[in-house]
Design a protein around this ligand. Structure first.
Ligand code: ATP
Length: 233
């Protein structure tokens, strides 16, 4: 579904991604793990189109998308849940969700809202509450719900467990698994490598802008370097 080949990206003259190659097949959860500053968010932004690339190709369902603006990639079927959630604080939960559906010209808006309520019943009880007043866990569910309102086929999830209490991390992981079971394809960036590897099919390890290792989640989990550097074992 997604094919990233030899992608390079820079901020000014400082190159951050030095030729990254990564693939995601339909129906998979693929996780991208790596230390702070490895370039994980930069890669997610390159795929969603908010960060330009300076080399390489990005194909979605076979079509090159690297020249497409970010909003067109949403229409094509890619939604991003950004790091830090980035909900619209003054807007209500409902309005945040409605904004997520902008690309669909309000088609099936009520049905889409009802689907989010089914997935995250807690949101319905705080429908009119400004997003800025929600807890971190509620904001994370809202950010995921907002991305789902665009009806993506590929969901880019950047650090969904960041700053959440352990029970909420488990809830978010369960939500990710249930989305996969509904057929969604997911690229998951996580610093919580143990949690990400537990639900992923395959994994990539990014180190200073390069893929250092990739394989099945089980194989990556058992790799000595991963155990020492990322799992603390
Ligand atoms: P983290 O887990 O901390 O989010 P990351 O692996 O997602 O790390 P990036 O956020 O992609 O890493 O950052 C990679 C490098 O690019 C870091 O050195 C960071 O300081 C730098 N960087 C990120 N955004 C910018 C920017 N807008 N301008 C300049 N440098 C940036």
């Amino acid at each position: 579904m997604l094919s990233v080949e030899n992608v390079r990206s820079a901020y000014g003259r400082i190159e951050i991604l030095h030729g990254v190659t990564l693939n995601v097949a339909a129906g998979e959860i693929v996780t991208l793990i790596g230390a702070n500053g490895a370039g994980k968010t930069t890669l997610m932004h390159a795929i969603s189109g908010v960060q330009p690339i300076t080399g390489g190709t990005i194909r979605f369902e076979g079509e090159p998308i690297e020249k497409m603006p970010a909003h067109a990639r949403v229409v094509a079927g890619i939604s991003q849940v950004p790091e830090g959630r980035q909900v619209f604080d003054p807007l209500s939960v409902k309005d945040n969700l409605r904004l997520g559906a902008w690309s669909r010209c309000n088609a099936d808006l009520e049905q889409s809202l009802a689907r989010i309520c089914r997935l995250f019943p807690v949101l319905e009880s705080i429908w009119e509450t400004p997003a800025g007043a929600l807890s971190g866990g509620q904001q994370q569910l809202l950010a995921i719900g907002r991305a789902l309102m665009a009806r993506p086929r590929l969901l880019l999830l950047d650090e969904p467990s960041m700053g959440l209490a352990p029970n909420l991390v488990d809830l978010v992981l369960a939500v990710i698994l249930s989305l996969k079971n509904e057929g969604l394809t997911i690229l998951l960036v996580e610093q919580n490598a143990g949690a990400a590897l537990a639900i992923a099919d395959r994994a990539y390890v990014l180190e200073t802008g390069k893929v250092a290792l990739n394989g099945s989640a089980a194989a990556v989990q058992n790799d000595r370097r991963v155990r020492e550097s990322y799992l603390g074992i």
